[in-house]
Design a protein around this ligand. Structure first.
Ligand code: ADP
Length: 398
């Protein structure tokens, strides 16, 4: 089956057409700076020698982007058939425990979660509406970042706050990056040669956003992100866990508004805030090599907190077969893996330095020693393939 996978960010739209039989992507593209004065796009197909690049009119939104991509996939040169559309939806709240067809009831349920993801869910919904207009005969399926974590039990998902905040307002931990955690857990089971239902792992997705999950016998039991993707580990520009008292201090002592604080914690903190250089791990590694102390400290805090998160997740599952590294940093930065694993030897994770150096950049595999009681594995994530597979499952079961 060929699935068009659509991922709408607040000002971007990424797409790919995935053949679920082979896992290959037959076409792909990115629309950037939507809603600005100069929206841009780049689209590629295996049938074209060169990428198609261009500009959309000023203020063009996800709707115009979808019109352009629909024309592209149907054009004479590309002409790729599509059987269904799978949409990444960031927040499904408690309404969605798995992917589902985006009918009127499902759209209403996503709208009800808009306040929990004000930047992402409205963009996701706009993508679904525009896709319905462009592909009226195709099934439209929503695949939720939060769904994989809906197996969390109240002990894991409740905040120690007055209980009516949960009961009346849905304030609880939801978790994100679900498609990535689910995909790499499945791949880990395959590499370990065990059924997923008998595989327990801790997955660390380390990209611009970072989260980790504890997965016991294939079921997610805990994760580091919460009501929003701000909780948990240090990220590119997000702070992760901080004392909530800081927020009141910023408001009372520095006169910052809620919006100022929101922007600071989401966009100006994390690796960027600490280093004052960049949110990008590659840049920080280079700066560290050149002796930049702020970069060294930022990376040191990143790996220390990452190891603490992994160690605390380990306490939530009985057995652990493996620790999985994925995402741009997890897949490519051997130093982050080494520095994290050095702190986790007490959990029975023993690094094989040679294997660690050679893994990454598409070369997945084990980076722990033969004697390591918990394996460590580098696995390239593929959220698009996971979304395509889940879409196929829903469409196939209808
Ligand atoms: P996103 O969350 O936007 O999908 P990615 O998964 O692409 O992000 O991860 C981006 C992060 O991965 C950046 O911090 C980047 O520096 C880091 N990264 C990518 N390649 C490398 C590399 N070769 N070495 C170290 N870090 C890398």
């Amino acid at each position: 089956m060929n699935i068009l996978v659509i991922n709408c960010g607040s000002s971007s739209l990424k797409f790919s057409v995935i053949d679920t039989l082979t896992g290959a992507d037959l076409a792909r593209g990115l629309f950037d700076k939507l809603g600005s004065d100069s929206p841009k796009y780049k689209m590629e197909s295996d049938k074209l020698a060169e990428a198609v690049k261009g500009d959309l009119p000023a203020k063009a939104s996800h709707k115009e982007a979808l019109n352009t991509l629909a024309e592209f996939v149907a054009s004479e040169d590309v002409n790729v058939s599509i059987d269904a559309v799978g949409h990444r939806v960031v927040h499904g709240g408690e309404a969605f425990t798995s992917a589902c067809v985006m009918d009127e009831a499902a759209i209403k349920a996503v709208e009800a979660c808009n306040s929990l993801a004000p930047l992402h869910n409205p963009a996701n919904l706009l993508g679904i509406e525009s896709s319905k207009q462009n592909f009226p005969d195709l099934p439209q399926v929503g695949v939720f970042d939060t769904a994989f974590h809906q197996t969390l039990q109240p002990e894991a998902y409740l905040y120690p706050l007055p209980i009516e905040l949960y009961k009346k307002h849905g304030i609880r931990r939801y978790g994100f990056h679900g498609s990535s955690h689910k995909y790499v857990a499945g791949e880990a089971a395959r590499i370990l040669g065990k059924p997923l239902s008998e595989t327990s792992v801790i997955t660390a997705h380390l990209g611009n956003g970072c989260s980790a999950a504890a997965i016991e016998n294939g079921v997610c039991v805990d994760t580091t992100m919460g009501l929003t993707p701000l909780e948990g580990m240090v990220m590119g520009t997000r702070c992760g866990d901080i004392d909530p008292g800081i927020i009141f201090h910023l408001k009372r002592a520095l006169g910052m508004t809620a919006d100022d604080i929101d922007v600071m914690l989401n966009k100006k903190s994390g690796l960027l805030g600490l280093s004052d250089i960049s949110n990008d791990m590659r840049t920080l590694r280079e700066a560290s090599t050149e002796g930049n102390e702020a970069a060294k400290l930022a990376v040191g805090i990143f790996t220390r907190r990452l190891a603490k998160s992994i160690a605390s997740l380990r306490a939530t599952i009985e057995d652990c077969d493996a620790l999985i590294f994925t995402g741009g940093i997890g897949e490519n930065d051997a130093l982050t893996r080494a520095e994290t694993m050095q702190r986790l030897a007490h959990l029975g994770i023993e690094i094989d330095p040679e294997a660690n150096k050679n893994r990454g950049k598409g070369n997945d595999g084990i980076i722990s020693t033969k004697n390591s009681s918990v394996k460590a594995i580098v696995i390239q994530t593929n959220e698009e393939l996971m979304i395509a597979r889940e879409t196929e499952q829903i469409v196939g079961s209808k």
